[in-house]
Design a protein around this ligand. Sequence first.
Ligand SMILES: Cc1cc2nc3c(=O)[nH]c(=O)nc-3n(C[C@H](O)[C@H](O)[C@H](O)COP(=O)(O)O)c2cc1C
Length: 278
Amino acid sequence: MKLSIPIVETIQKRHSVRTYQERMLSTQDREALLDCISRLDNPFGIPVHKYIIEKKLRGDCKKLGTYGVIKGASTFLGVSIPNVKLAPVAAGYEFENRILYATHIGLGTVWLAATFNRDSFSHAMNIPQEELFLAISPVGYPAARRSLTETLMRSTTKSSSRKAWESLFYQQDFITPLTENMAGDYAIPPEMVRLAPSAKNAQPWRVRKDENSYHFYVTYKSGLSEGEELIKRVDLGIALSHFHQTVMEHRLTGNFEFMSQEDVKLPENVHYIIFLRA
Ligand SMILES: Cc1cc2nc3c(=O)[nH]c(=O)nc-3n(C[C@H](O)[C@H](O)[C@H](O)COP(=O)(O)O)c2cc1C
């Protein structure tokens, strides 16, 4: 489903928010968010389960903590998935669409896959035991100034910078970079991938253009834990949301198709996920 918001503009506007005004969501914003959540889907046909909870700003819900990372927020979204291979990609896609919608209506968000008390949020959101609980995000009104913790986190992960085109995008093989000129009409979708958020701002996505197909990969070193590998796939799902939604906004064709095997020799630590045929 194409989100009915200006995609490119919203992607350019989005950044992580960890410091919020201490107030609840207005009824209007809450309803708009709920309405959007109920309509979202993903192109992979995988059920992604979404949650929303509200905690009191002060008092009884101390355990719903974020290790001091998030200040002021009272509404939290959550996402869980069945344990199937493409599910983390589907969840990345669908949850990012929610983040973009929230951004569009003026709310701050930040993906949290690590710095939150997983047990207490899982309990409060009633996550079924057989599901993988991937991440949460606060939603609320950004405070005028960032907390010191947030400022430090942004500078540690260099959150405002992104890798250059030539380290992320290739054509045909993994040697020839895809430049903005060569991408032609398709330059905007890769640029929107480049602006995507990723865990620790690692930007693990790689894209290879081969005639009319775009192949999507993630990079990571061997020896990663199962949980960390899962998050790389979530990162790719986020990138796919940016790419696919932008393709639809610009009326460039594109359906997701799966490919079982590839001829191209992959560089070390590069893992194939999916391709999009234009
Ligand atoms: C899957 C995922 C998991 C993340 N987990 C955390 C987290 O646990 N704690 C946190 O403070 N930020 C987390 N982030 C936020 C990233 O650090 C942030 O998106 C990145 O630094 C880029 O900054 P930006 O979102 O402002 O563009 C996560 C982001 C993604 C996409």
